[in-house]
Design a protein around this ligand. Sequence first.
Ligand code: DAH
Length: 344
Amino acid sequence: MEMKDKIEQVKARFQEEMQSICGTEELEKIRVAYLGKKGLITDLMKNLKDLNADAKREAGQQINQLKQQVSEFIAAKSSELEAALAQARLQQDTRYDISLPAKPVTGTLHPITIVQRELEDIFRSMGFAVEDFKEVVTEYDNFEAVNIPKYHPARDMQDTYYLDNGQVLKTHTSAAQNTILRKYGAPCRAIFPGRCFRNEAIDASHENTFFQMEGIMVGEDISISNLIYFMKTMLSEVFQKDITVRLRPGFFPFVEPGFELDIQCHVCGGTGCPTCKQGGWIELCPCGMIHPNVLTMAGIDSEKYTGFAFGLGLTRLAMMKFGIRDIRVFNSGNLKSLEQFTIQ
Ligand code: DAH
């Protein structure tokens, strides 16, 4: 028989045998029968030596082509069989049924977590990164890096818990400013919620352990109007209505100028009610333009870049949002009280 016919014969036989394949073991047998050391295609190759140069080239090409077709076919069949096998295994597996509805989650989120997550979503949608930070920090991060040098009277404003190793429990989320400004450089926008601690006597409106959420935005033309825009947008989302804000001067060593941001009372709309103590305005969030020293200490060129920062009292915001009158409920561990403040 001519070489060409032999090749055709092998090809036809392969095609026929492949039609009835239904398992991976069978497929492997066929692979060996054709491509193995003693396989049919290997045999064809061996026969080449009896041909003259021209015939050898031609037949060689045909055999190689066949070999490639066979290999590709086997590979495709193999993935097909494996996929079918995996599917079958899934169907037999009775441990998991992914089509069943999930079991209801027991427990509820803490009201502060609810507000924190809501704010994170809002700021993320405005392009802010969300960062976490330690609770035990160096004095440098808590004070020096935010322009509160040693012996500065502002240190007394924050009753700090000092640890034996010289570090402190962070008194404000501003303690993360330096690290985060260094991490991102300029331009950047980030928020960093966190737990803060101050050595204070506890009563209905004071806690020694509370949450803040700091935000920073740095860029080439950042101004107070950017600050107002972001705060207004964020607060309107939180309270689900248009919120009017105003700025009053305020002093914080790490901002210049510094402000207290007030919102027009979301309950009475500014006419005066118990929530705003009849004043029509509620003090909500200290903020300001980041002091050039703070930028410089974080390695940012303060000639070229400016930025704003704010330190939102998360605990306070949660109290306002849920109408909680006594701050002590947050750390009480009293589930009966805490479970009321959920949004499902
Ligand atoms: N760190 C301040 C505090 O806890 C709050 C604060 C004020 C943060 C002004 C800021 C800011 O970022 O700009 O008392």
